[in-house]
Design a protein around this ligand. Sequence first.
Ligand SMILES: O=P(O)(O)OC[C@H]1O[C@](O)(CO)[C@@H](O)[C@@H]1O
Length: 531
Amino acid sequence: MNWTDLKTRADARQTLASLFAQNPNRAEEFSARHGDMLFDYSKTHIGEDDRALLIQMASDAGLEDRRAAMFGGQKINETEDRAVLHTALRNLSDDAILVDGKDVMPSVRDTRDRMAAFSEAVRTGALQGQGGAITDVVNIGIGGSDLGPAMAVLALAPYHDGPRVHFVSNVDGADVADTLRGLDPATTLVIVASKTFTTIETMTNARTAQAWMAKDVKDTGAQFAALSTAEEKTAEFGIPSAHVFGFEDWVGGRYSLWGPIGLSLMIAIGADDFTDFLRGAYDMDCHFRDAPLADNLPVLLALVGVWNNQGCGHATRAVLPYDQRLTRLPAYFQQLEMESNGKSVAMDGTSLEVNSGPVVWGEPGTNGQHAFYQLIHQGTRVIPCEFMVARAGHEADLGHQHELLVANCLAQSEALMVGRSLKEATDIMAQRGLSGDELDRQARHRVFPGDRPSTTLVYPKLTPFVLGQIIALYEHRVFVEGVMLGINSYDQWGVELGKELANALTPVLRGEASDAEKDSSTRLLLDYLRS
Ligand SMILES: O=P(O)(O)OC[C@H]1O[C@](O)(CO)[C@@H](O)[C@@H]1O
């Protein structure tokens, strides 16, 4: 890969002001549309030749072949010898997808139909709890078995017409206790969401919920469901097979929202809206698969990411949705991007020549503006920002609030780019009556360096279809960045060591095992915690 050329180009980048001055069509030429979605990346430092180099680099990395291999069910997750087929879960065509020569689609469709029947039964009251119709659903899962449905249920709140849906993830007993308090065990459905059905947090919380329900409900299994690839383990837990929704190991945890892990979302919004959500993702899949690289939204998003991170050396990326219902989206993207591309070893076992994926973080606007934007505007480090905003909100009677939201979103990217010079700040402070040294001192605090990069994604309205598009857009962006880095985006060995050590420390905390082998810092902490 041509990382040296990329860095040389990035080091020689021009300012945003000069890029716009040189090219009056920059906004048009450095933005792309797909359907009703607009992606503007003109406020980045990428010039025409830089873009050409980035596209060439993606192509040289074998992007087109890797993409075909992923969609075609080949085992691109090489460290786990698995296919990567979350796209199969939203494949709404009649096309077969073969893994090891077998079409996976009949089973995907069958599970989807079973999910729809189950969620309709819960929503209509055909499936009752011991105390009557189900009023509350509690999804117990963590990581990809929590973040996706939790994010999407909040995002699609205007479409809720089913029972209330709650999420428990943390092994901290506070989470399950606070969630179950006030719920009626006789009208609650508990969904245990775990791909492996071994995750300690989820299984511990599931057993706590089972004990809570058992005090009031004779047949707890009737009010439990399981979402897992490990169907024999769900049976051991006492969940009837009719309430078990299985999937295959070719669905990664952080990519699993589209199948059984989305059951809580389907119960909240209904099977038809859930299908619209899949339709949006499928639409983005087709765009990603078919559009030329230069017009391809996931590819462009990835190229901006690579330019900012591996090119310019910006280590973090802020995701800033101006959409309150996307409050959980930054956390969802954190797992999607950091668990996928937070790796320092390439597929062939060699060390990466460049930095791995960035630190992803964020909060919705306008809240973030009153919290951390100070650093984004005037801190010493540059934080590339990804703004997102809907053309229309759901609250038709509050259109004036949506205008304010949009104005703030656009104002931030403008302020980041344009900044405020010392001369401008001085003029402003002079008009306010300051002069001499005091004017000089005060003006310097009011300077905004500007020239800070951002992108803006505009979508028509946060519907199930559009949410599906947005998530698939980012999934494919992660894929493209991973291909360019030459890493496997679909394993997560980096989470294992901490899990192993936690398992070993539990008996030490209970006083059932010695801490003699532990380092002195860990021993100090153990002494304090046990005392
Ligand atoms: O669905 P499971 O198997 O409980 O795993 C939960 C999460 O744990 C992880 O394996 C990381 O520990 C994630 O990749 C996954 O989403």
